[in-house]
Ligand binder design. Structure first.
Ligand code: BGC
Length: 739
């Protein structure tokens, strides 16, 4: 009898535990309470084990909640360009779901090339809806590492070389994503500017370059965009891995910028328990990145922030407050996302998203050169178009590392062109060149492709003969998402185009004067044939609707309006990091000796003429810039200046121009770039229309980071405001003084 009584009592206690642990009306469930009250209440109900569990992964992309309390798990997903396919619990391979094919949006370089914050908002909103529908709490993107050299394999995932441009574009992206109750996780913080030796390279950089070049986009993402999460990078800074870095995470991110979100490690970026505890990290993901296959048994328990963390607290060596700090941040993220009852429902794989991607691509495509007005193709005159090049048909949404996608569809340039020009124009396709086949990414059991000898000469001959009698030849080349191209984990090995494309392009130019080279890349490439080819287009990686977008630009349905978010130097020696012999370091250390002189700041300083400049991009119409006007010549702390200029569309079709404002500090106590971008506006003008474009210049636009005082200062003296169509095409300037 006693035994039975005891059993009933024990069962009752067990049954009632969750009930009492989660009373109805608990503050953390009460939406009317502030998030901070809810965080504290939830935290007070959690056991130490539950708290520690929240600080590290339980699978490839998720971390546990507290099921007993109804606190949901955190589900993350790559990445910046679309919602990655579901993978197995503990493997990188696709899990084979049939309902996870997403819309691929253009690569972030293409978004940056739109120079249009409205496009960034549209991008963020659309990808955020996709993430929400798939019930993700955290989107692992966007990436804003600065484009330091054209060899970085991951440049395509970032927003170019200029801190002002990337700062301006990242903010609406984040706001768009987070409207959906999905946290944007801006990455990779910080100084992850190369893939070579990314796990260990220690970056030595001056405070000026850090604050003026490498941090502003992150700061804008946090302070203006309000990002709820940030990802630490793989590399080291000041000898500490950036996923647990006192200077970056505690001193700058938390103290200087007041970040109250979650710091997530890059996958496998954690290396030390004590540093992970004290140096600002909240959540550890991907240690022993092959999870249970490569790690010791129970890999997740062995994470630096798992059992080792728990034991240190239990032994009293580490205070429980350390885990509380992390869990507060994680709970805050959960309340902002999955536990927000007003979270919209999202949508996935929709036509609306595909069309948003197309619009962004159409605005981002850059017309680099258009001699003899070879473009747009006049469909009333052309009878035969020859399309040449592997990139006209290659899938570009697959590969490249963590940004690889399983898409609902991806329209190739060849398909897009055929569809647009219709039956009456003959479109012939020949491959022209071939890249070696690679194992398909993330596919379980994918077999290594058969090694085959590529007959370069035969492919070239076929292409030349097909090009001869065409009215227009469209060559689609560039890079791709294979290793050592535009791909994560490794850098490019050469600046030139791979697979014999340079020779092929020159040969094609000899047999047909109407050759258009369309580059699909996320990076600058050498163009030794630039003078032989009349038209060159940077078509980027444009996602699901790539084919339609490029076709509409080539035939002129869309007037190109993108401009380069990075400099294309003639050769690698025109890039600062490479000219100074500092890239890629010695395997352990990498010193950024070019300092603040990155991209056009370097070419300006050295008086090097780029092949195509930062901010360059042509249109099918022409714009005339008037005289630069300034409302007063003295800027004081009390009142800002206004600079304006009249822009007129003098051509015969409507189009958009990106008007750029650069500031030049004529005399300063520390060296400064010749000029720096401090404003831009994209204006749409009908044929013949004119508009006044104006910019406000405040003190902030004149500042530099004085590393002697560790503060931003604007020194009184003379400045110039330069207005131009690119960084080297300045159309007018005015001087003013800061009192
Ligand atoms: C990448 C991150 C990515 C993560 C998860 C890492 O290798 O650097 O950008 O979000 O993997 O796939």
């Amino acid at each position: 009898m006693n035994g039975i009584k005891q059993l009933i009592l024990v069962s009752l206690t067990l049954l009632s535990a969750p009930f009492f642990a989660q009373p109805r009306g608990a503050v953390y469930l009460n939406e009317k309470k502030t998030i901070e009250e809810r965080v504290e209440d939830a935290l007070s109900r959690m056991t130490l084990e539950e708290k520690v569990a929240m600080c590290h992964a339980q699978s490839k992309f998720s971390s546990p909640g507290v099921s007993r309390l109804g606190i949901p798990e955190v589900w993350t997903s790559d990445g910046p360009h679309g919602i990655r396919a579901e993978v197995f619990w503990d493997e990188w391979n696709n899990a084979g779901w049939t309902n996870d094919s997403c819309i691929a949006f253009p690569a972030l370089t293409c978004l940056a090339a739109t120079w249009n914050p409205e496009m960034a908002e549209l991008y963020g909103q659309s990808i955020g809806e996709e993430a929400r529908y798939r019930n993700k709490s955290v989107l692992l993107g966007p990436g804003v590492n600065i484009y330091r050299t054209p060899l970085n394999g991951r440049n395509f995932e970032y927003m170019g070389e200029d801190p002002y441009l990337s700062s301006t574009m990242v903010v609406p992206y984040i706001q768009g994503v987070q409207k959906n109750g999905v946290a944007a996780c801006v990455k990779h913080f910080a100084l992850n500017n190369q893939e070579i030796d990314r796990d260990n390279i220690n970056v030595n950089v001056s405070d000026r370059a850090l604050y003026e070049i490498y941090l502003p986009a992150f700061k804008a993402a946090i302070q203006k965009g309000g990002a709820w999460a940030i990802m630490g990078s793989y590399n080291k800074y000041k000898g500490e891995h950036c996923c647990h870095n006192q200077f970056l995470l505690n001193d700058i991110l938390r103290k200087e910028w007041g970040f109250d979100g979650v710091v997530i490690s890059d996958w496998g970026g954690v290396h030390d328990t004590k540093q992970a505890i004290y140096n600002g990290l909240d959540m550890e993901f991907g240690s022993w990145t092959n999870g249970m296959n490569w790690g010791t048994s129970n890999a997740y328990d062995n994470y630096y922030l798992a059992q080792p963390f728990l034991k240190l607290i239990q032994s009293g060596e580490v205070k429980e407050e350390e885990v509380n700090k992390k869990v507060r941040n994680i709970l805050r993220l959960i309340f902002r996302t999955v536990m927000d009852k007003n979270r919209p429902l999202g949508s996935f794989g929709t036509e609306e998203h595909a069309l948003a991607g197309r619009k962004i691509a159409e605005e981002g495509i850059v017309l680099l050169q258009n001699n003899r007005n070879v473009l747009p193709i006049d469909l009333t005159k052309v009878k035969k178009i020859t399309v040449i090049g592997e990139n006209a048909v290659k899938r570009m949404t697959i590969g490249g590392g963590s940004s690889s996608l399983k898409v609902k569809y991806e329209q190739s340039p060849l398909e897009g062109i055929k569809k647009r020009v219709g039956q009456n124009i003959k479109v012939t396709y020949v491959q022209g060149y071939e890249s070696p086949a690679v194992v398909e990414q993330d596919v379980k059991g994918a077999k290594a492709p058969e090694k085959k000898v590529i007959d370069v000469e035969r492919l070239k001959k076929e292409a030349i003969s097909a090009a001869r009698d065409a009215d227009v030849v469209l060559f689609f080349g560039g890079l791709n998402k294979n290793e050592n191209q535009d791909s994560e984990g490794a850098d490019r090995k050469e600046y030139g185009l791979p697979y014999g494309q340079d020779e092929l392009i020159s040969a094609l130019a000899k047999v047909n004067p109407n050759l258009v080279v369309v580059l699909l890349t996320g990076n600058a490439v050498a163009m030794p044939w630039v003078k032989e080819v009349p038209a060159i287009v940077e078509g980027w990686y444009s996602g699901t609707e790539a084919g339609n977008a490029i076709a509409s630009v080539l035939v002129g349905d869309v007037n190109p309006s993108g401009k380069l978010p990075f400099t294309i130097p003639v050769s690698l020696k025109d890039n600062g990091a490479i000219a100074l012999g500092e890239y890629p370091g010695n395997g352990k250390e990498q010193t950024y000796n070019e300092g603040i002189f990155v991209g056009y700041r370097w070419t300006d300083k050295q008086k090097i003429k780029p092949l195509f400049s930062f901010g360059h991009g042509l249109s099918y119409t022409s714009f005339v810039y008037g005289k630069v006007e300034i409302d007063k010549n003295i800027l004081s702390p009390m009142s800002n200046l206004n600079v304006s200029i009249k822009i007129k569309n003098t051509g015969r079709r409507a189009g958009s121009e990106i008007v750029q404002l650069y500031i030049s500090d004529l005399k300063s106590s520390l060296p400064r770039p010749v000029k720096e971008l401090k404003g831009f506006k994209k204006v749409y003008l009908n044929a013949g229309e004119e508009q006044v474009v104006s910019f406000t210049i405040d003190k902030e636009a004149l500042q530099f980071f004085d590393d002697r005082k560790h503060e931003w200062i604007a020194e009184p003296g003379k400045f110039e405001a330069l207005i131009g169509a690119s960084s080297t095409d300045i159309r007018g300037k005015v001087s003013f003084e800061l009192k």
